[in-house]
Design a protein around this ligand. Structure first.
Ligand SMILES: *[C@@H]1O[C@H](CO)[C@@H](O)[C@H](O)[C@H]1NC(C)=O
Length: 176
């Protein structure tokens, strides 16, 4: 028994930690960009892996933000629909779905993604344009989904969604 245990210990010590390469470090421009991004959205990840994954396009790695983006889109639509109905309990179904669609739609997410520099952060394979709307929107939605998973809370994700929204509205105003 003692032999088995010590064997187990030897095996565990001998296995290189598969997580070690994913630990946060500021050694690369990508990591530096992720640190800045967290400051901009005023959210610090407990699991930076999730943020790295969110900022990785499917063309770049099998470990990418696609699944997170599904959650991010749902959370964005939920945030917009909730705000519409909270402001007006009598809002019509079409008005609520329009708000959800607009807030989470491509025009809004391209603007929000540009505001926090996502086109220059997201990792894509050579031959894939990081500025293409589906790429930046996918990354922005994945970012929102990553916050939800990291915080285990869609509420936290919705806060980041509105934060991005406000930043975008403010920069649109400043540009006028
Ligand atoms: C996430 O939140 C749910 C609901 O609040 C809770 O039941 C669950 O244990 C949490 N999961 C983790 C991993 O913290």
């Amino acid at each position: 028994m003692a032999h088995l245990l010590s064997l187990l210990v030897v095996i565990l010590v001998a296995i290189p930690s598969s997580r070690s390469h994913a630990l946060p470090s500021s050694s690369s421009p990508f990591d530096a960009a992720l640190a800045t991004l967290q400051n901009q959205i005023a959210y610090r990840f407990h699991a930076p892996d999730l943020l790295r994954r969110a900022m990785t396009h499917a063309s770049y790695s099998r470990e990418n933000g696609r699944a997170l983006a599904v959650l991010g889109l749902a959370a964005s639509q939920s945030a917009a629909a909730l705000r519409a109905l909270a402001a007006d309990h009598d809002a019509s179904a079409s008005a609520v779905s329009r708000r959800a669609r607009d807030a989470s739609g491509e025009a809004a997410c391209v603007a929000a993604a540009a505001r926090v520099g996502i086109p220059s952060i997201v990792r894509v394979a050579a031959g894939t344009k990081p500025t293409a709307p589906p790429v930046v929107c996918g990354a922005l939605r994945a970012l929102i989904g990553a916050v939800a998973v990291d915080a285990n809370s869609t509420h936290a994700a919705e806060e980041v969604f509105w934060k991005l929204h406000v930043l975008t509205a403010a920069s649109a105003k400043a540009a006028m």
